[in-house]
Write a protein of this length. Structure first.
Length: 256
């Protein structure tokens, strides 16, 4: 019997006891006097105190229903924003560009769980050669995060996708302070034009790309990183490669 049904049955039982054994359906709460309602409430309270597991079961059922409702909303939001997720025209695309499954990651370079997720995503792409990866720069952890994303996006716009990949991987692992000195050192170490990248960081083109990604995140109710969009699912938070792989397989099965 479902928890809410059990609770209703318990209340009906208490009502029947209160009404001297009359059938549960015979009572009308609205027709009770104040004294009768108080007595009925006492019976219900006593029943629940004697059977407290019903309350826990009802709470668990409510949480399951809320999770199901949230998943349904997520699927609808992904469907409504699929074109911007998969084909915005500016986000970096890695993995297999022609893959049958697309994994989108909203990330922040200063996010500890994004750093933890990076090798797991790499492991997934290496194990499954048919996944398309799209990276969305979503700096939400302060000025250092925004600074890093501006540098990465400026690198992509100035020097191309291969340079972006190198800078992206370096920034996700960088532990030193993010400032002009460290950024120029990074660019020079990769044989990139540090002056050109630095000049582009505050350009309208970089600002617009970050603004569009933030608007997309708002449309998807994304407020934390990492957040993944895998197939039609929104996955909020860190997931290891093996769990991501399970969802990849589920998506392929749905698509077949």
């Amino acid at each position: 019997m479902k928890p809410l049904t059990r609770m209703a049955t318990g209340m009906a039982t208490a009502a029947a006891l209160f009404l001297g054994g009359l059938p549960a359906q015979a009572f009308d709460l609205g027709a009770m006097t104040a004294e009768e309602r108080a007595a009925f409430g006492a019976e219900v309270r006593a029943y629940l105190l004697e059977n407290p597991e019903i309350i826990l079961e009802a709470v668990n059922l409510l949480e399951q229903q809320q999770a199901t409702d949230e998943a349904t909303r997520d699927v609808a939001m992904v469907a409504a924003n699929l074109e911007e997720l998969h084909n915005d025209g500016y986000s970096w695309v890695g993995g297999n560009p022609d893959g049958d499954i697309t994994l989108v990651e909203f990330m922040d370079y200063r996010c500890g769980y994004c750093r933890k997720a990076a090798p797991e995503v790499a492991k997934l792409l290496q194990a499954d050669g048919n996944i398309r990866l799209i990276v969305k720069e979503f700096p939400i952890l302060g000025e250092a995060s925004l600074f890093a994303s501006r540098f990465a996006v400026a690198t992509k716009q100035v020097a191309g996708n291969d340079a972006y990949k190198q800078v992206h991987e370096a920034l996700i692992e960088m532990t030193s302070e993010l400032n002009e000195v460290t950024m120029r050192r990074l660019a020079n170490g990769l044989s990139l034009d540090a002056d050109a990248i630095w000049e582009a960081m505050d350009s309208e083109a970089v600002t617009d790309e970050l603004r569009r990604t933030r608007a997309l995140a708002q449309n998807l109710a994304i407020s934390g990183t990492p957040t993944f969009v895998l197939g039609n699912q929104l996955l909020r938070g860190y997931l290891p490669a093996d769990q991501l792989k399970i969802i990849v397989d589920e998506q392929r099965e749905e698509n077949s």
